[in-house]
Design a protein around this ligand. Structure first.
Ligand code: SF4
Ligand code: SF4
Length: 451
């Protein structure tokens, strides 16, 4: 660990006035953390988000993204909002091609109308528009492939949604680059598809014949149909997988695991290895930018155990924690994990079912491995430090701060509302009849069943 802590700016989620809106605080943190310094006039600035799977309900809301787009513009940059296609697909995946990704982003409200900036698929129509980055310093992977839209941008704001992930335990800024900036070829790297033989079951699906109900499984047909290479056969005795045909698309694991079945999955130590590979790949994305051209932000809200790539959103592990900004990718993810762990568990959530107390590692408990593996791996290859100084920010309530992030700088009561009132009242009939109160000042109590 570095002796010198990296600064992480943080504003808590709670809000009781204009200045404490999560959006207002995110805009303040953008400047306090110096992210404006990443942008020069006319820079093409990528705002990297996870745009969420179809029917996902807990991903970044468009106004959270628009808030940052607005400040990129205010700094003279030319923003575009971006994400990449998925490697995995299955029968109902909706982000496998560029066209599907744009449809899904649009359904989540990430479009020109809400963002006032284009939404661009960084790796093209089929996830093949990429550039290779060598990673001799990588812990596991030695090359990766970055979506050209990110590779070619002058600057980037890595705008993460903090949440869990069943493979990588946690998804923050490292995952937003380590998976989210990679083209399909890059995602093969991070999923360790090139590693080992089928029996190692690292890149390859792990078949657990005893866990498969064979033709009795209600998803047996889906399971066979989901394989694009016809490598899967389900017989009465269980599933057979022809590794000669397998193209490592991860469709079968998704079908089996998303339906709660146990016939095909991953070997246990695939998960920590995938975290380490993901950190390597995140460095690949960072290397495509000149020094000082990357800023990191994270919204720790709607903190579900699963990632935004899941087509649902269950109860979060904790209540909303807040918003973070930093110039250090490792420091920001470490701070986010620490503060999520510190938070009270959400009533009715899996974290509560597991009996977790504030301070315990929530993502380790709900997803099997600690997310600190990716942080330590990233630190080891010089991406940043887990040693951070948390600077808590509470905006001061004063007239200037109230006005700062409003759509109109001139209060409505001055213009045009004064005009509207004058138009209605001057020289016109009053628009309604004035009635006597008729004792109603006390009568409302008759409607209060708790009185
Ligand atoms: S067997 Fe291979 S090709 Fe077929 S769905 Fe599974 S991972 Fe994809
Ligand atoms: S979904 Fe899983 S349990 Fe069902 S048939 Fe396929 S491998 Fe077997």
């Amino acid at each position: 660990m570095s002796d010198k802590p990296s600064k992480v700016w943080y504003a808590a989620a709670n809000a009781t006035n204009w200045t404490e809106s999560t959006i207002a605080k995110a805009k303040d943190l953008f400047y306090l953390a110096g992210l404006d310094k990443c942008i020069e006039k006319d820079d093409s600035v990528a705002v990297k988000v996870h745009c969420g799977e179809w029917n996902r309900t807990h991903c970044l809301r468009p106004e959270f993204v628009a808030a940052i787009v607005e400040e990129v513009k205010a700094c003279g940059g030319k923003p575009f909002v971006t994400d990449t296609t998925t490697l995995t697909y299955h029968l109902f995946n909706n982000r496998c091609t560029g066209q599907m990704l744009v449809e899904g982003a649009n359904r989540h409200g990430l479009n020109w109308a809400s963002l006032q900036a284009p939404f661009i698929v960084a790796d093209g129509f089929f996830g093949e528009d990429d550039l290779r980055v060598e990673l001799p310093e990588g812990n596991i992977i030695k090359e990766t492939y970055i979506g050209r839209g990110l590779y070619e941008a002058d600057a980037v704001i890595n705008l993460a949604h903090a949440k869990g992930h069943p493979i990588t335990a946690f998804g923050g800024c490292i995952k937003n680059f380590g998976i989210g900036a990679q083209s399909k070829r890059g995602k093969y790297q991070t999923h360790l598809a090139f590693w080992g033989d089928p029996e190692d079951a690292i890149g390859y699906p792990k078949v657990n014949k005893e866990g498969c109900k064979g033709t009795e499984c209600p998803y047996a047909k889906m399971c066979e149909d989901s394989c694009p290479e016809s490598a899967i056969t389900v017989a009465a005795e269980g599933v057979e997988l022809d590794y000669e045909k397998c193209a490592l698309c991860y469709s079968c694991q998704v079908t089996c695991m998303f339906t709660g079945m146990e016939g095909i999955g991953f070997r246990d130590d695939y998960f920590p290895l995938a975290q380490i590979a993901m950190s390597d790949a995140a460095l690949g994305c960072m290397k495509t930018f000149k020094p000082g051209k990357i800023g990191y932000m994270a919204y720790a809200v709607d903190i579900c155990p699963e990632c935004d790539c899941f087509p649902w959103g269950g109860l979060p592990v904790s209540g909303d924690v807040g918003v973070f900004a930093s110039k250090d990718i490792v420091a920001i993810d470490t701070a986010v994990c620490d503060l999520i762990d510190k938070a009270k568990v959400y009533p009715g959530s899996r974290a509560e079912e597991l009996g977790l107390k504030p301070g315990e590692d929530k993502f380790k408990a709900v997803n099997a491995f600690t997310p600190r593996i990716q942080l330590k791996a990233a630190e080891k290859i010089g991406m940043g430090t887990m040693n951070y100084e948390l600077i808590e920010y509470e905006p001061e309530l004063n007239p200037e701060n109230i006005a700062k992030w409003q759509i109109r700088k001139t209060p409505m009561t001055v213009r045009p509302m004064r005009q509207v009132f004058e138009n209605h009242h001057v020289g016109r009939e009053f628009p309604f009849n004035r009635e006597d109160l008729g004792g109603w000042l006390n009568k409302w109590k008759d409607f209060d069943p708790t009185a």
